[in-house]
Design a protein around this ligand. Structure first.
Ligand SMILES: Cc1cc2nc3c(=O)[nH]c(=O)nc-3n(C[C@H](O)[C@H](O)[C@H](O)COP(=O)(O)O)c2cc1C
Length: 200
């Protein structure tokens, strides 16, 4: 698919065809592209949990869904996704990398960082997976894991405490879905958000 088409076709889809698993080759390609993402100092302090079996996916939803949520339309559609990939960021890997002689931040002080590159890099990897999904004829949705459920999530999947899930991705073939009400806001045009030469 042309890059323009991949970029324009990508949108978050929140309902999936539960009867169509993601082919193994497509799962491999998503992950292969994820690790092609750029990373500060080539730290690559990320880790990806891949959940495909019905039991693993059910464990994911049980661990991450707040008790007072009930079974809404969002959750029903998302639960049909045959694949969940959870991208994690490891801040410690960045502090270690930048303490090496060519960087020299031996105090490992997180305040030296202009922004948390560990989150940025893992987000880049997530975007590459979403774009690859489109190129494979698949759809995906990036969504947050509620902070109060992170502990339960880690426990359920033995995720080491240095790894923080930055969110999760559902992936699969699309089923009819309701578009997000957020889209009513409309896409902000280039002229409104781009500042050429100086801000104003
Ligand atoms: C960091 C981030 C967090 C998001 N969290 C959620 C979420 O928790 N649930 C959800 O349904 N969509 C979530 N979204 C999807 C956005 O709502 C969506 O990207 C936005 O409305 C634009 O729609 P589009 O991506 O389909 O173009 C998230 C997107 C991003 C980038």
């Amino acid at each position: 698919m042309e890059l323009d088409d991949v970029v324009r076709k990508r949108r978050m889809v929140r309902n999936y065809d539960a009867d169509r698993p993601v082919p193994a080759a497509a799962v491999d390609r998503l992950l292969d592209h994820a690790v092609r993402a750029p990373s500060a100092g080539f730290s690559q302090g990320w880790g990806f949990l891949v959940l495909e079996s019905a039991a693993d996916r059910e464990r994911f939803w049980a661990a991450t869904t707040p008790e007072d949520w009930g079974q809404g339309q969002w959750l029903e559609g998302m639960k049909r996704a045959p694949l969940i990939v959870v991208p994690h960021a490891n801040r410690s890997a960045y502090l270690d990398r930048y303490a090496e002689p060519d960087k020299g931040w031996t105090d490992r002080d997180p305040n030296r960082w202009p922004v948390p590159y560990w989150h940025i890099d893992t987000g880049f990897a997530a975007l590459l997976m979403m774009l690859t999904a489109v190129d494979e004829g698949l759809v995906s949705c990036f969504f947050g894991i509620p902070p109060e459920r992170t502990h339960a999530y880690r426990e359920a999947f033995d995720v080491p405490s240095v790894f923080t899930p930055i969110g999760a991705l559902t992936v699969g073939y699309p089923a009819p879905d309701r578009r997000s009400p957020s889209l009513k806001r409309g896409r902000r045009p280039v002229e409104q958000v781009v500042h050429r030469g100086r801000w104003s």
